[in-house]
Design a protein around this ligand. Structure first.
Ligand code: AMP
Ligand code: GLY
Length: 422
């Protein structure tokens, strides 16, 4: 099959790796990275260039397009490809609003009875300010639209809350994405992620995971795209995954189908396990990054078969098997991330790391000139390992990390510790 994978991060390298487990698949990656270049043909088309991606797919007679990130989905990649008769794994633009608009997601949760934090939506500054001043701290201020993971502020003081409102609604730091905002009750508890394959009707969950969003050990410092992840997360054990899917994923998929926009692709629920029970923080309409890396390490089935079944509405449990072995991914970043950081540092030790049994090194922000691999982004690599236990997966992943070096490499030293502590 001819496959076009859209995106350039660690998630996309992990998807490319799994797609190429079947050597008969010809793979193009737009735009890809230094890792995907070893598995297929990187093509210099931006993941937001919908006409460019569609034209390429037509030209190369692509059988399946796989959307990694959310932005092309919210821009209508799937819809436009469908109008040209080309299959795309990932939801239509209407369904992608689950991630593209927090108001859309919150109202759908409210309508379908999915547990979530109490909230209020505002499209004008003055009423939002009055509401904030009249409600207890801490409180959460969120930009309605996509803000590259930076649109959520957990305000501990009124000054912080008012600053966030001003930044989003008056200074418009997130542009249009902050024209509407959500003020939400702050929840306390442990977070975990639940992702499911969906074909519009049938929903098949994957094993649970836990991401590590903060830059520093013990969840300190600013939020990032994710500094590591492991699976399963003991806070959501395997024998509770099906019931949680019925509670937080199935109602959404049913409602989408009833609205005439069946959800096909991966639906991702970000969960908080509060003292009052689990609640949904957000939905994503794609694999997480880095959550995809430990999931692909565990997936034993043919990913392309699953994706085609989702697109064609014939998903069945027999198609989806995961290894019982836990997995762990440690992200190596450029020092300075998530603020400014240098690029172009040469990376060494990749071959040595890959020799550690059970280790796969996924590239995120890397480029290659065919000889050397250099850093080109904040999150550089995701060193991923399977193990007979979570402790062993963790240890192996860190052995891989130790083998790799580039100037000022930074990584968290406590990935998966929460899971081991339970
Ligand atoms: P979101 O983009 O909605 O997932 O928010 C990003 C992160 O902000 C989440 O992973 C949580 O760590 C945090 N967060 C979001 N909403 C809340 C909330 N209501 N209470 C506490 N933390 C939250
Ligand atoms: N790691 C968080 C995300 O992909 O949304």
């Amino acid at each position: 099959m001819n496959i076009l994978l859209v995106g350039s991060g660690g998630r996309e390298h992990a998807l490319a790796w799994k797609i190429r487990h079947n050597p008969n698949n010809t793979l193009y990656i737009a735009p890809g990275n230094g890792g995907t270049a070893t598995l297929g043909h990187n093509v210099p088309i931006a993941d937001t260039d919908i006409p460019g991606l569609v034209a390429f797919a037509q030209d190369k007679k692509i059988d399946l397009v796989v959307a990694g990130p959310e932005v092309p989905l919210t821009l209508g990649l799937t819809d436009t490809l469908a109008s040209h008769g080309i299959a795309c794994f990932g939801p239509c633009a209407y369904a992608a609003q689950l991630e593209g608009s927090k108001q859309f997601a919150k109202e759908m949760m409210q309508r379908t009875g999915v547990p979530t934090a109490k909230f209020q939506v505002f499209d004008a500054y003055e009423p939002a300010l009055a509401y904030v001043r009249a409600h207890p701290l801490p409180m959460v201020i969120k930009a309605d639209g996509l803000a590259a993971g930076k649109g959520v502020v957990i305000a501990q003081t009124y000054q912080e809350a008012e600053q966030a409102l001003h930044d989003m609604m008056v200074s418009k730091v997130f542009g249009q994405a902050g024209e509407k905002i959500i003020v939400e009750e702050a929840l306390q508890g442990e977070e975990a992620s639940l992702l499911a394959f969906c074909d519009g009707t049938t929903v098949i969950p994957m094993p649970s995971l836990q991401d590590h969003k903060r830059i520093g050990d013990n969840d300190t410092g600013p939020n990032t795209g994710g500094m590591g992840a492991y699976s399963p997360a003991p806070v959501l054990p395997d024998d509770e995954v099906q019931a949680m899917t019925d509670r937080v994923i199935r109602p959404i998929v049913q409602d989408m189908a009833a609205q005439g926009h069946p959800f096909k692709g991966v639906l991702y629920a970000g969960l908080m396990f509060t003292p009052h029970g689990p609640m949904v923080l957000e939905y994503n309409v794609r694999f997480g990054d880095p959550e995809c890396q430990p999931l692909m390490a565990r997936l034993q089935s043919d990913l392309v078969e699953i994706m085609l079944a989702c697109v064609q509405g014939r998903l069945r449990p027999e198609l989806v098997h995961f290894s019982p072995e836990p997995s762990c991914c440690v992200v190596m970043a450029a020092k300075g991330y998530p603020q400014s950081y240098p690029k172009g540092m040469e990376i060494s030790g990749l071959h040595e790391a890959a020799k550690c049994p059970g280790v796969t090194v996924f590239h995120a922000g890397t480029t290659t000139d065919g000889q050397k691999i250099r850093t080109s982004g904040g999150r550089v690599l995701g060193v991923t390992a399977l193990g007979t236990s979570l402790a062993q997966a963790r240890e192996t992943a860190y052995a891989g990390v130790e083998a790799i070096s580039f100037e000022n490499a930074y990584y968290r030293s406590d990935i998966a510790n929460k899971g081991l502590g339970r």
